[in-house]
Design a binder for this molecule. Structure first.
Ligand SMILES: Cc1cc2nc3c(=O)[nH]c(=O)nc-3n(C[C@H](O)[C@H](O)[C@H](O)COP(=O)(O)OP(=O)(O)OC[C@H]3O[C@@H](n4cnc5c(N)ncnc54)[C@H](O)[C@@H]3O)c2cc1C
Length: 646
């Protein structure tokens, strides 16, 4: 495997000069502007209508740009953002508990195990203040205290209460808010919405992104769309593991297709395994369900002290319980960050102390909270989550502890972007979970919604203008340009190719098998040996996919099996890159836990000398031979330190 590295090279972060707190202001003061009357001369394509896409599209259209939005859903409201439960962070300090922009910045850098870019993270903390005001102005019904002020609660990795929430439906309420604004623009004709249409390629002309190629999921029509700038807000790739908490149709296709066209893919091995999901019930299951981290505000995590203890929870006396998070991480307790809590749960289950019929979970117990606060208060805070749990498991979490276990949830890796959210292809942007984001090697709870809305409402509307201003009145390639024609033709052939294989196995079969390999060897714990094994098994399975895939139906009508074939193929290539990235990163950091690099207490051991960088991969035609580039991370404000939550 070739592994040519260089230092920064094309990866110029473009973080502005100045003190950390001045950088974003400096950027805005220096950036180029587009006159309001000229904005309509620029077409901007936004792919994705989740929180990042809807907020970006609504804001750019409000500013006057000519915007087109693409989603494979029937309605923008079906974007996966709607599923977000627990809350959204902001450094408002309404509680007066010591929060500030600096603290949110610090917590995020530390939470990400010192593997994120300071300039971006500080900007995120700064604009977090605006997000809450914006969403309240839109009518988002955040929870309020008795006196009418917005309520907040805690999330992992912080000792403050900075998380704003709308019961366990925060994503839903935020997306409805952003969608209303988007719908208003659609109604006014400033946004054209393309639904049930999937991006299947991006197109570059003369070194810049000239637009996209899409496939209509109802008719199969493949066509091109040209624009001055294209923004991918297409979410994360957690479904690479097959079983995950993501919506079933989340996938990596848009980002991967852009990667194949020159956009570097950063830190693909940084994936987040969330500790608070309902454990898998059997082998045929195709989806896992998240129980929000917010539950750990009041729920206490424990397992029996002794392996093999079969007694029901209520019959296990206090002295024979191990509240392992409170024991191991007294300062943060049950709200230790996700990567750390997940590994602690895995260790408990691996030691034979798992609970439930398959012994594959740990307890999340509300008995103390119900005793202290009363059932009504617990219901008020988490009612819908408790209902959901009961519907899925048939168990009443008010009467017995919930059972939880880690599951794939979020991806910190994604398309590499600079401070302006531009990928390595000029004119192509990535926002929200689709970019490699501000979360380093581990995202703190309630920070994804914050980042998606920060990117869409408060960053892109400035940075895109800076890119577009010099393009005024200069022609851009139209869809009749040969590059569009070539890409369209290739897309048609690709989908016809899936139909023509005529094998025996469905895309779902391959997805399940490939997900199992990635989960076993590139999941919560990785080793050199395991990753090598994955890197020999994945290409073999991929070859089988190319020979034995069976796609029924045709390509000219709704065909979800055909859609899935393309997405699974992209997961194959991504899976190889994830394993290569994990293999090359000879350290443990955040969600990337290499068993070889741990201390005597089983905590992650970083190697700052050699790995305090972003790994950004260049596509060469074969993910097994992608080229690894480095963006060195500079820590000017925060000192690199051992991450401790004890
Ligand atoms: C169960 C669950 C609960 C969560 N709870 C929280 C929480 O409480 N707080 C928090 O901060 N974060 C939470 N997260 C994370 C957060 O929800 C996501 O990171 C965030 O919503 C992603 O938003 P997005 O706009 O980037 O992408 P998404 O909401 O995933 O939207 C992606 C959009 O892209 C479109 N798309 C994708 N590919 C294509 C293509 N090829 N062609 C056309 N369209 C395409 C889709 O149709 C969709 O419109 C949670 C995640 C899960 C799984």
């Amino acid at each position: 495997m070739s592994n040519t590295s260089d230092s920064n090279g094309p990866l110029q972060s473009k973080v502005p000069a100045g003190a950390i707190g001045d950088k974003w202001d400096n950027y805005k003061a220096d950036m180029k502007l587009v006159n309001p009357n000229n904005k309509r001369k620029f077409k901007v394509i936004i792919v994705g209508s989740g929180l990042a896409g809807a907020s970006a599209a609504a804001t750019l259209a409000e500013l006057g740009y000519d915007v087109e939005v693409f989603t494979f859903h029937d309605s923008p409201r079906r974007a996966h953002s709607i599923a977000a439960q627990g809350g959204i962070n902001a450094a408002k300090n309404y509680r007066g508990d010591g929060d500030s922009v600096h603290r949110l910045f610090y917590d995020t850098i530390k939470g990400g195990d010192f593997r994120s870019r300071e300039g971006n993270v500080h900007r995120l903390a700064q604009v977090s203040l605006n997000i809450i005001d914006q969403m309240v102005a839109q009518g988002v019904p955040f929870a309020r205290e008795y006196g009418g002020l917005l309520d907040t609660r805690s999330f992992g990795g912080s000792q403050l209460q900075r998380t704003f929430y709308a019961r366990g439906q925060t994503g839903q309420q935020l997306l409805l808010g952003a969608y209303q604004q988007l719908a208003r623009q659609i109604g006014m004709g400033t946004v054209k919405l393309w639904n049930r249409v999937e991006l299947v390629d991006t197109v570059n002309v003369d070194g810049r992104c000239a637009g996209i190629v899409t496939r209509d999921l109802v008719t199969g029509e493949v066509r091109s769309h040209a624009a001055h700038a294209t923004v991918l807000c297409t979410g994360g790739y957690g479904n690479a593991f097959f079983l995950s908490t993501n919506a079933m149709n989340c996938n990596v296709t848009a980002a991967w297709r852009a990667h194949r066209k020159g956009a570097y893919f950063a830190n693909p091995c940084y994936t987040q395994i969330h500790p608070t999901c309902i454990p898998q019930a059997d082998d045929t299951q195709s989806k896992l369900t998240l129980m929000s981290e917010s539950l750990r505000n009041d729920g206490r995590v424990w397992v029996p002290l002794n392996a093999g203890d079969e007694r029901p929870a209520a019959q296990i006396p206090e002295a024979e319980r191990d509240y392992y998070l409170e024991r191991l991480y007294p300062s943060f307790g049950n709200l230790a960050p996700r990567d750390i809590s997940s590994r602690a749960a895995k260790r408990s289950v691996d030691s034979g102390r798992g609970v439930g019929p398959l012994k594959n979970g740990v307890n999340l117990d509300f008995a103390d909270a119900i005793h202290r606060l009363g059932k009504d208060v617990v219901k008020e805070r988490y009612g819908n989550l408790f209902e959901m749990y009961e519907r899925i498991t048939g168990e009443d979490p008010y009467a017995e502890p919930m059972r939880i276990y880690p599951a794939s949830h979020y991806t910190m890796g994604g398309l590499w972007v600079d401070y302006e959210l531009t990928t390595t292809v000029p004119g192509l942007y990535a926002a929200g979970e689709a970019n490699f984001s501000d979360h380093g090697a581990n995202r703190l709870g309630a920070s994804a919604l914050m980042q998606g809305l920060a990117d869409g409402y408060f960053v892109l509307p400035y940075t895109i203008g800076n890119y577009l201003a010099p393009m005024l009145n200069k022609p851009i390639p139209g869809v009749d340009h040969p590059e569009f024609q070539i890409a369209e033709q290739a897309a048609r052939q690709r989908f016809q190719g899936f139909l023509d294989i005529g094998g025996t196995r469905s895309p779902d079969y391959f997805h399940r098998e490939l997900g199992k390999i990635i989960w076993d060897y590139c999941g919560m714990e990785r080793t050199e040996q395991g990753l090598q094994k994955a890197l020999s098994e994945l290409p073999a399975l991929y070859d089988e996919f190319k020979k034995d895939l069976r796609v029924t139906g045709d390509g000219a009508s709704v065909n979800q099996t055909l859609e899935k074939a393309g997405r699974v193929e992209d997961f194959f290539e991504l899976g190889m890159l994830m394993c290569r990235d994990a293999l090359e990163r000879n350290e443990s950091c955040g969600g990337h836990f290499r068993a070889e690099y741990q201390d005597e207490e089983g905590e992650a051991v970083r190697n700052d000398e050699e790995f305090a960088h972003v790994a950004a991969w260049e596509f060469t035609g074969d993910p097994m031979h992608a080229i690894r580039h480095k963006e060195e991370l500079e820590f000017e404000t925060i000192h690199l330190a051992k991450r401790s939550y004890k």
